[in-house]
Design a protein around this ligand. Structure first.
Ligand SMILES: CC(C)(COP(=O)(O)OP(=O)(O)OC[C@H]1O[C@@H](n2cnc3c(N)ncnc32)[C@H](O)[C@@H]1OP(=O)(O)O)[C@@H](O)C(=O)NCCC(=O)NCCS
Length: 186
């Protein structure tokens, strides 16, 4: 198989039709909470809002001028401004080729080195082995299970809540008056 150059870059408005295609792939519908009825118009308007939203950071993976994957981090507000919510998808034909890993590396670099986010979180269906492996490789940990979280192809399914924290809250005790001092990882 010939080698193709993969570029990771920020999302652009003109990516809407490629994003529409990705989000209608059977395996992407299987792994996300998207609906197959979502319209091209919906994606055009969503992307229009995203590119103007300072809290929304989206990168895409590009091969031969075609967008084949995307990752987003939405930064929280107020007392959750240290938290980022991650979502990602790779086109069915390009899955299992390391593109998810490249997108995750990019968004983690943004979170750690540019946005100074302390906590990254996401939800993943419990049977999504490939996504679970990717997230665990990047130090996301399972924090809990949401039972009957979504309906997919005629059945209810559970999700894991996962998070990656770059600081370790030290347990509360009497010496710190109920506050959580933050210990940064080396
Ligand atoms: C989940 C997803 C984003 C991962 O992206 P990807 O490009 O396919 O993943 P990668 O090729 O980078 O592989 C990630 C890891 O999964 C492993 N993997 C690949 N295929 C696998 C499989 N069938 N089962 C389990 N692990 C698998 C890879 O080996 C790699 O782990 P490693 O680095 O330890 O070898 C992508 O598959 C996808 O978009 N799936 C559909 C939508 C979805 O599920 N989105 C996530 C919602 S939470």
């Amino acid at each position: 198989m010939s080698q193709k150059r993969i570029t990771i870059r920020p999302l652009r408005l003109e990516d809407a039709s490629d994003i529409y295609e990705i989000t209608h792939m059977p395996n992407v519908l299987w792994g996300t909470s998207l609906l197959p009825s979502t319209t091209a118009n919906f994606w055009f308007h969503t992307i229009e809002q995203w590119v103007q939203d300072e809290r929304m950071h989206v990168f895409v993976a590009n091969i031969s001028d075609k967008v084949v994957g995307m990752v987003s981090v939405r930064v929280g507000t107020g007392r959750e401004s240290h938290v980022g919510d991650i979502a990602m998808a790779v086109h069915d034909k390009y899955q299992g080729q390391g593109i998810g890993k490249m997108l995750m590396l990019t968004v983690i670099d943004l979170a750690d080195n540019w946005l100074n986010l302390v906590r990254l979180e996401l939800d993943v269906y419990t049977d999504n082995e490939r996504a679970l492996r990717l997230y665990k490789n990047f130090d996301f940990e399972i924090e809990g299970r949401k039972r009957l979280d979504a309906f997919r192809a005629g059945s209810y399914i559970d999700s894991y809540m996962m998070a990656r924290c770059v600081c370790v809250p030290v347990a509360m005790d009497q010496t710190n008056n109920g506050h959580y001092p933050i210990m940064l990882k080396a």
